[in-house]
Design a protein around this ligand. Sequence first.
Ligand code: GLV
Length: 387
Amino acid sequence: MPVITCIDDLKQIYQRRVPRMFYDYAETGSWTEQTFRENTSDFDQIRLRQRVAVDMQGRSTATKMIGQDVSMPVALAPVGLTGMQHADGEIKAARAAEKFGVPFTLSTMSICSIEDVAANTTKPFWFQLYVMRDEEFVGNLIQRAKDAKCSAMVLTLDLQILGQRHKDLKNGLSAPPKLTPSTIANLMTKWSWGLEMMSTKRRFFGNIVGHAKGVKNAASLSDWTAEQFDPRLDWDKVKKLKEQWGGPLILKGILDAEDARMALDVGADAIVVSNHGGRQLDGALSSIRALSSIVDAVGDQIEVHLDSGIRSGQDVLKAMAMGAKGTYIGRAFVYGLGAMGQKGVTSALEVIHKELDTTMALCGRKHVEDLDRDILLIPKDFEGNWQ
Ligand code: GLV
């Protein structure tokens, strides 16, 4: 068993173990990948104030996200095709999350279905919804999430059409992978992934195949989104979906203060400041740079969360200190999952927890709820001089 001391250790094992097509899917942004890169490099620009001679005993990273107890403010983000990164991936990640005491969010575009994850876990998870043209199918998805006792719905607002990711097109991304000479050549070097994948029946988009009518090509994410995702999604529709769901609602993909105010008006419980991990609008601001203007606009009236760019506990601390009440990791847990299944996700959570706890202590704070801008050193023009 290798010694894992940071998220990058998991990433290196992940890269060796998982077929190129799925590694590339996770490790990509849209077009030039500027936003994808800046999501992480902007975190690096923020420095920390070292404080000393503060009693460090009795520290805690525990808090609440949308009123639910969490052992640290780090949820697992919805990630499409998670069950292609490791056999039964969504079930394994959900189990690691529930043992650790953090929320797991199941993507609409998951491999394991809502029912399958519910049957193989003991605590409620969150369900992420993509809105499709077929209203009956969307209604059924919402009902299925209710029946599975999901404790929040995360509605994604920034993907009515799919941002172009060059690698996915070049690789012919699909679930399961199509067997072309180049995928076969690559799969032959990934035998442990392949053996585990052959031993599970969960190899298709589990929430879709067998549930959606008239599906032409449910194996290809890009074909499916182009054919099925609803380009008409607007705030009225968001209101209707909120009523249909009737439970806690989190709106994901907010990057602008005006949209944050709209989210507040429709009565959402939380928003996620997110640019979809740099996978949608290339050239958009990084989430950490956009955070303050949104917290200033609505932070005292709605819970503001952040995703995109979190790869360490220090990143979590920075986002919390800038006003977020919770964060999400996507790639950071996928690296762990692809590297070692459930154990790898646990390992990713342990790494992040330790980094968060130690950094908090060395900044002279004992509780995540006490983190504020006073512990940060932020470059003067960080939030920009944009016109
Ligand atoms: C879907 O959520 C994607 O970003 O690929």
